[in-house]
Design a protein. Structure first.
Length: 205
């Protein structure tokens, strides 16, 4: 679970940051429509695409692999991460970028040296939200992980609630605790950045 979640968050950030920069800074036809379509993917019922995704990963030979979990978690959360980061980028004054361009900086340098450090609390917030969503994902994980060795915490937790042995309360408590600990530790370690990210842009003056 931990490796799949960390990998999916890295993929999300690698794709969402450039996408958010494009949606927040460049003027081109259909930009707002693209932003809407990206966010609207979260409105789609997971059951609609569950079976096609299962056959896709089966044909690719990725069932019961950590790579499949990384890809599906990243795909599910990419729209939300992109939208969150875009909202933070919109709060950055364009005068900062204009000053950097006056000094000869290109778009890539501006993104890496100005935008990302400025919205780092927002990026951390988006990463934590993506991590929580990935931990709670059940349907696609159940489809992809068909063997006990490939089960994540959410699927393992469900397997302890029935069967010939009945409800295994001690196993449920253990898995629930293990699912809680990583999120708790991450939030404790980055709580300062997280609180700044949650309040960033709330007050303007």
């Amino acid at each position: 679970s931990v490796l799949a979640i960390i990998g999916s968050v890295i993929i999300d950030l690698a794709l969402a940051i450039p996408a958010a920069y494009s949606l927040s800074r460049y003027e081109y036809r259909g930009r707002d429509d693209i932003g809407f379509y990206i966010l609207s993917t979260r409105m789609m019922a997971p059951a609609i695409v569950a079976i096609p995704i299962f056959f896709l990963f089966r044909n690719m030979g990725l069932l019961d692999t950590i790579w499949a979990l990384m890809l599906i978690y990243a795909a599910i959360n990419l729209s939300v991460v992109t939208w969150i980061i875009r909202s933070y980028m919109l709060d950055i004054p364009k005068e900062l970028e204009d000053a950097a361009r006056t000094d000869g900086a290109g778009d890539l340098r501006i993104l890496w040296e100005i935008i990302i450090p400025t919205i780092l609390p927002g990026i951390i917030t988006a990463a934590v939200i993506a991590m929580i969503f990935a931990i709670n994902e059940f349907l696609f994980t159940l489809l992809i992980a068909s063997t006990p060795d490939a089960y994540t915490m959410s699927v393992a937790l469900a397997n302890f609630t029935g069967g010939s042995d009945g409800v295994i309360y001690n196993a449920i408590a253990l898995v629930a605790f293990l699912a809680f600990v990583p999120v708790f530790l991450v939030v404790v370690l980055i709580q300062k950045h997280l609180s700044r990210g949650l309040t960033m842009g709330a007050v303007k003056g």
